[in-house]
Design a protein around this ligand. Structure first.
Ligand code: NAP
Length: 312
C-alpha cells in the first residue's frame, strides 16, 4: 500500500498495452490492472486487416498476444483485479480493487468499451442461448444453421462475413436501407453468396423456451411485423453488432465526459492533472486498434513529462 508507482494503467487492450510498452521503455515504475483477458474488443475480433504491417489473416487474439509479450519485455508489473473505486485528485492517486489499494503519481484510463445491447425484448434472457456479441467465440455453434446479424457498421458486416464460414446463410438486419460500413467491406459482403440483407428493419422481440425459438422483426417504414422461426429441428443465431458503450462508470463526476466518453485533449490529458485517457473510452472520431495504440503511446509519454515536471 505504501509503494507509489509512477504510473498505473487501467485496462490492457491495445491502448493500455501500448501505454505499458512506452512507459516500460521510459523506465517508469508501472502497474497495469486488467480484470479479464488482455485485448478488450480485439480479443474477440477474428481478423485485423487494417493494422499497418499486420500479417494477412492475422487474428485479434494473435495480435494482442504479441502486444502483451512485447510489454512484458519492458518490465511493467501486471495485476488481474477488478477496480472498484478511483481517487484521482492530488499528487497521489488511489486505485481501489478487489485485490487491494494501489497508489500512483499518474493514471492512464484505458478501460475501453463493451458491446451495446440490441435493445429488444427478451434479448438478455437468451444471451448464450442463441444471442451473442462475439462471432469468434460463438459462430461455430451455428454450423449449417441460419444466423441473423443486427447492425450495419464495420463490425456487423465483417463479423457477418466471418460467420458465413460456418452458417448456411447470414442475414444482416439493418435499421436503414444503406450500410454504415466502409465501402471496401460492403463490396465483399455484397459479393458473398451466403449473405442476405433485411433493410429498414429492427428486432422487436426474441422468444423461445430454453434457446431462441423465434424472433419478431419490424419494418420501420411500413410498420409490418414478421415472426422469424427456425426450421424444424434447427436453431438460429442472433449476433448483435450495434456499436459500443464506453466503460467509464467509475469516472462519472470525476472526469469530464461527453455521452459517457471521457474527454481528453490531443495529448490525452483529461481535466484532472496527472490523469490521462487512451483508447475507446475516449471521445474521438476514429476508434480503431491503431488509434488506441497511438493514444496509449502519447498518454505514457505525457505521463513521463508530467512526472518530470512534478518532481522538478
Ligand atoms: P458503429 O460504426 O457505431 O455502427 C453501429 C451500427 O449499428 C450502425 O450501423 C448503426 O445504425 C447500428 N445501430 C446502432 N444502434 C442500433 C440499435 N439500437 N438498433 C439497431 N441498429 C443499431 O459500430 P461498429 O461497427 O462496432 O464500429 C465501431 C468502430 O470500430 C467504428 O469506428 C468502426 O469503423 C470501427 N471498426 C473498424 C473495423 C475495421 O476497420 N476493420 C472493424 C470493426 C470496427 P446506423 O448506421 O443507422 O447508425
Amino acid at each position: 500500500m505504501s509503494k507509489i508507482y509512477d504510473l498505473i494503467i487501467l485496462g490492457a487492450g491495445p491502448a493500455g498495452l501500448s501505454a505499458g510498452l512506452y512507459a516500460g521503455r521510459s523506465r517508469l515504475d508501472t502497474l497495469i490492472i486488467e480484470k479479464g483477458q488482455d485485448g478488450g474488443q480485439i480479443a474477440i475480433t477474428h481478423e485485423i486487416e487494417n493494422y499497418p504491417g499486420g500479417v494477412h489473416g492475422d487474428s485479434g487474439p494473435s495480435l494482442i498476444k504479441r502486444m502483451s509479450e512485447q510489454v512484458a519485455q519492458f518490465g511493467a508489473e501486471r495485476l488481474t483485479a477488478t477496480i472498484t473505486n478511483v481517487e484521482l485528485e492530488g499528487n497521489t492517486k488511489k486505485i481501489t480493487t478487489d485485490k487491494g489499494e494501489f497508489l500512483a503519481k499518474t493514471i492512464i484510463v484505458a478501460t475501453g468499451a463493451n458491446p451495446r445491447p440490441i435493445g429488444c425484448k427478451g434479448e438478455a434472457e437468451f444471451v448464450g442461448k442463441g444471442v451473442s456479441y462475439c462471432a469468434t467465440c460463438d459462430a461455430n455453434f451455428f454450423e449449417d444453421f441460419d444466423v441473423y446479424v443486427v447492425g450495419g457498421g464495420d463490425s456487423a458486416v465483417e463479423e457477418a462475413m466471418y460467420i458465413t464460414k460456418f452458417a448456411r446463410k447470414v442475414t444482416i438486419i439493418h435499421r436503414r436501407d444503406e450500410l454504415r460500413a466502409a465501402k471496401s467491406i460492403q463490396e465483399k459482403a455484397f459479393k458473398n453468396p451466403k449473405m442476405a440483407f433485411m433493410w429498414d428493419t429492427v428486432v422487436e422481440e426474441i422468444k423461445g423456451d430454453d434457446i431462441i425459438g423465434s424472433m419478431i422483426v419490424k419494418n420501420v417504414k411500413t410498420g409490418e411485423l414478421t415472426e422469424i422461426t427456425a426450421p424444424e429441428d434447427e436453431i438460429f443465431g442472433v449476433f448483435g453488432f450495434v456499436g459500443f458503450l464506453p466503460k467509464t462508470d467509475l469516472f462519472v463526476g470525476k472526469l469530464e465526459m461527453e455521452d459517457g466518453y471521457i474527454l481528453g485533449c490531443e495529448d490525452m490529458h483529461t481535466n484532472v492533472p496527472g490523469v490521462f485517457v487512451a483508447g475507446d473510452c475516449r471521445q474521438k472520431s476514429l476508434k480503431q486498434v491503431i488509434t488506441a495504440a497511438a493514444d496509449g503511446a502519447i498518454a505514457a509519454t505525457q505521463a513521463e513529462k508530467y512526472i518530470e515536471h512534478m518532481e522538478g
